[in-house]
Each structure stands twice: as structure tokens, then as C-alpha cells.
Design a protein around this ligand. Sequence first.
Ligand SMILES: [Zn+2]
Length: 171
Amino acid sequence: MCVLASVLPIDLQVHGRKLRTEGRSRAEVEAMTRYIWKKMGAGSTVAAWTKRLIHNLDAWLDRQHGEMNFYMTQLMSGYGCFGYYLKRIGKRDTPQCQYCGEVDDAEHTLFQCQRWERYCHFMTVHNLVVEIRVDWLLMAEENWEQFSRYAGEILRIKEEESRTRDRKTYR
Ligand SMILES: [Zn+2]
């Protein structure tokens, strides 16, 4: 549950915690979370990106490998070093990518931004659409680790370069 919780939208996390304090077992809360997740359609409060990415929640929860790290959580939740998110929380005045000028969100960073092209060659070989990429992650531990390393590598660079950019912008 904690692995899932780290990428769940905040309202589902809160709901889960509330159920736990009401004395529900971990298994019960997990079963309910699965149920709610599936019932939530387009326009719900579930972050559309996370839902699109983890399109098969059962496979995600039942996976045999795959520890989430800090950077993977950022990429999968969309809450992190992304222009769109930084603008939303008031840390930037534009949602634009610092490298290419497109709207910068997790999907842009992961799959579209040319800045990271040479880092993500392994992702493009196996995957045509976002939904398939998570299946690929779940297929083998090695794939997961590759992705985990990739996430850490690009987001560390991005954070560092964002700090430099923001220092220049606001000086
Ligand atoms: Zn970009």
C-alpha cells in the first residue's frame, strides 16, 4: 500500500488514511482503493496522468518487483520539477519547459523533451504509447531498475539546472 500511496492522488491517500484510522485493515483499504480507482472516470479528481500511466492498477499493485524512489514518484505523480506543476503552486510564472518552450509536465519530460533524448534511448525502443511503458516496467526487474536510474539521472540534472535558471530569473 505504501508503494501505491506514494503516487496516488492526494484525495485517495487521505481517504485511505481515514479508513485506516476508522479501524479498517490494510487489505480492506487496499481493496477499496482499487475499487474507487476503477470507478473514477474522466473528469474525476484522480490525476489523469497517474491514472493513464498506471492503467492497470491490479498489475501495478500485484507486481513482484519495483521499489519506488523519490524521482520515480515525481515522474509518476506529476508533482515535481515540472513547469506546469511549479506554476500551479506559484513557484514559476510560466508552465513552459526551460529547454524547449513547450508546456512542461511529467509526460513532456519523460517522453517528449529533446533535452533528454540521449538519456532515454532504451525507453523508445520498447514503447510506443505511454500505457505500454508501464507494462514494460512491470515485465522485468531489470527494466524497472533501468527506468529508476533514468528517472534519477534526468531529474537530478533538471533540478540543478532549474535552480540555476530560477536564480537568474529572479535576481
Ligand atoms: Zn522541453
